[in-house]
Design a protein around this ligand. Structure first.
Ligand SMILES: [Zn+2]
Length: 336
């Protein structure tokens, strides 16, 4: 028997890589207090720091079995170019999901107009980078921005990623501004389609989930971050019932381990349903790889291999390796 098993590489469909700097030190009593600390860290970033730190953190991701990344990026255009260089150095496939930010956050996140944002997207595309558009959230983008960006993504066939329904406060604010919930607003403004990935959807209601299913949009869940930030539980069973595709992201990079994300994902489903094997293991592995690649518009990305002679897999029957990976191993058994 060979001591290596090849698998499709894991795909990290949602990373804010600079947040890796917060590991172990981000305090705060809730999401919003954590966000204040995160904003301080964002403010410190420069093209130089992104170029050197991201190369190291992309290597960390690559070592953990992620071979492609969706970098949800709101630090500025020069920093986006630096991230692309860092990814090339770390030999990881990178898609820059360039964030549109009209209001809130930090001045460096923001563009003056949707046209300025789209010019930045064009600059990255002309440079040969793989790019998707990312209206940050309904907090950061008003309806007219969403309309313009949604129309551009549809016309150009680009992936569109957007945060939605991570925290109850965002939903309350959206209801009071627009009279509808976040995913309803995305639908109304032309931002929901088969190339759309909604990040989190933690507090999405049935109507919102039906909208996602109707258009074939997908959801990116980030279980270790959502746990760390006190976001809540992704509605895994409700997503599955509707046939909504799911992918994973390391998001704040509190952990960088695709197997742990998948274990948490299934753990959430088990805790909420009182059942076991809610998502079959092979399906979980596809959430961690091919579904993420589809969310990023990638057709090819590198494989990983499993070290079958690793101590964590000792005594495991070959047919049980997929289950052992998800439920009994960390990313240390992976090589890429
Ligand atoms: Zn995010």
């Amino acid at each position: 028997m060979t001591d290596r098993l090849a698998l499709p590489g894991f795909v990290n469909a949602h990373s804010h890589t600079f947040q890796r700097a917060l590991r172990g030190r981000a305090g705060g009593g809730d999401f919003w207090a954590w966000r204040d600390e995160m904003l301080l860290e964002a403010e410190r970033q420069t093209p130089h720091s992104v170029r050197s730190n991201y190369a190291a953190w992309y290597r960390e991701m690559r070592t953990a079995g992620y071979t492609a990344i969706g970098e949800f990026h709101y630090l500025g255009l020069q920093e986006a170019l630096a991230a692309l260089e860092a990814a090339a150095e770390a030999q990881i496939e990178l898609v820059i999901l360039l964030a549109a930010y009209a209001r809130g956050g930090l001045p460096r996140f923001r563009q003056e107009t949707p046209a300025e944002f789209l010019r930045q997207v064009e600059t990255l595309r002309e440079g040969g980078g793989l790019v998707g558009v990312a209206p940050h959230s309904v907090r950061a983008c008003p309806a007219d921005w969403l309309e313009e960006i949604g129309a551009y993504a549809a016309a150009e066939g680009l992936p569109l990623h957007v945060h939605a329904d991570e925290q109850p406060r965002e939903i309350e604010e959206c209801l009071s501004e627009h009279g509808v919930r976040p995913i309803e607003l995305l639908a109304r403004t032309g931002c929901l389609g088969p190339a759309t990935t909604v990040v989190h959807a933690t507090h999405a209601d049935d109507v919102e989930l039906d909208l996602l299913a109707d258009v074939g949009a997908r959801v990116c869940v980030c279980p270790t971050t959502e746990a760390n930030l006190g976001d809540g539980y992704a509605p895994i069973e409700a997503l599955l019932e509707r046939g909504i595709a799911i992918c994973i992201g390391s998001d704040s990079n509190v952990r960088i381990d695709p197997l742990e994300e998948l274990r948490e994902l299934e753990g959430i489903a088990r805790r909420s349903s009182g059942r076991r094997n809610v998502v079959p293991v092979e399906t979980l592995l596809s959430f961690g790889s091919t579904e993420g690649a589809s969310a990023l518009g990638l057709e090819r990305w590198p494989e990983v291999s499993v070290q079958l002679d690793h101590a964590s897999l000792a005594g495991v029957d070959p047919g049980d390796v997929p289950g052992a990976l998800v439920f009994g191993c960390s990313a240390e058994v992976l090589e890429s």
